[in-house]
Design a protein around this ligand. Structure first.
Ligand code: TA6
Length: 312
């Protein structure tokens, strides 16, 4: 079974305009509202690939209920812990998409700080549902949890129950998470520079930075690089995933799609090259979508034929 965890889910407001002009009145050309957060997105992308998962997380107030409904509307199994606490609402994120050049900029709220009792409840729920061989996806912002070791704690608990942990976090939450040796981490380029403490430039420097993490015993490291594709370590082998050139409309959410593609490939037992081609295709199809989540499954299948993965 696959479980995704979203500690800080959001409602996404996507704001389209021609070009963002600072300290000026910007007239929006249109807007759309959709579900935000990363675990939620991995569950939705998996569902679009025909893979069911259970979405876990902490939702607050009316916005929280809205997020759970949106997830259920994507036919995802939702087992969020919902709380109605005074003045506490799940956050809203704002993504500005400039039609010229298809630049997307995320303005992410922090959201209310979660009392420890809520994350303890979630830990209890995770310990109650995981079995050996399950996959647990820990992904997204956790700055609403003051303990930067929260992902490390959840990873340790899940590994003790025989589950494989997929971690996509940033900053100190990621650095701490490494210490519990998740099965896979998916840093983007900036996050790899942060955890390796290096200003990386070349493929060779990126491979060396990934190798410098060997001490954490991470079987897989998938570094996504926006429109440059990805560099992936699986066991001791390295792969260069070439970007698939598409007409991007909104690149927000492509990392979540790539991660979902890897999990779907591993879940069906595909070999690593096929798995990475599938992930590249799903990420490219997601870039063609105007939203921060979702893609056309048939289009992703088509793009798989254009995917190039080189064993380094
Ligand atoms: O990856 C896209 C996205 O998930 C958006 O939906 C937006 O809500 C944001 O990223 C959330 O990321 P965060 O790191 O703040 O959890």
């Amino acid at each position: 079974m696959i479980y995704t965890v979203t500690l800080n889910p959001a409602v996404d407001k996507v704001l389209f305009l021609d070009e963002f002009l600072r300290s000026r009145t910007n007239r929006l050309t249109r807007t759309l509202e959709t579900i935000g957060g990363k675990g939620t997105h991995v569950s939705i992308n998996l569902r679009l690939m025909g893979v069911q998962s259970t979405a876990l997380g902490i939702s607050l107030g009316e916005n929280g209920k809205k997020i759970e409904k949106m997830l259920a509307d994507w036919d995802v199994q939702v087992k969020f812990l919902h709380y109605a606490l005074p003045g506490m609402e799940s956050r809203t994120n704002y993504q500005v998409v400039e039609n010229s050049g298809h630049i997307s900029t995320m303005l992410a709220e922090r959201g209310p700080i979660l009392p420890t009792s809520l994350t303890d409840d979630l830990l209890g729920q995770i310990q109650g549902c995981l079995s050996p061989g399950d996959m647990l996806v820990l992904t997204g912002d956790a700055s609403n949890v003051e303990d930067t070791g929260i992902y490390s704690k959840l990873t340790r608990a899940a590994r003790e129950l025989g589950a494989k942990v997929f971690l996509d976090a940033s900053g100190h939450y990621l650095k701490e998470g490494l210490k519990s040796s998740p099965f896979l981490i998916k840093p983007n380029f900036e996050e790899l520079c942060f955890i390796s403490g290096k200003d990386l430039k070349t493929d060779a420097e990126i491979v060396a930075a990934i190798q410098s993490l060997d001490g954490f015993n991470l079987p897989m490291i998938a570094m996504t690089w926006g429109g440059n594709g990805a560099i992936v370590k699986s066991d001791r082998e390295f792969y260069r995933v070439k970007p698939i050139k598409v007409q991007a409309v909104n690149e927000g959410g492509c990392g979540d799609a790539f991660l979902a593609g890897i999990i779907a490939g591993l879940e069906r037992g595909a070999d690593i090259q096929e798995t990475l081609k599938g992930a590249a295709a799903v990420a490219a199809a997601a870039a063609e979508s105007e939203s921060t989540v979702g893609f056309e499954p048939a289009r992703a299948k088509e793009l798989e034929n254009m995917a190039v993965v080189i064993k380094l």
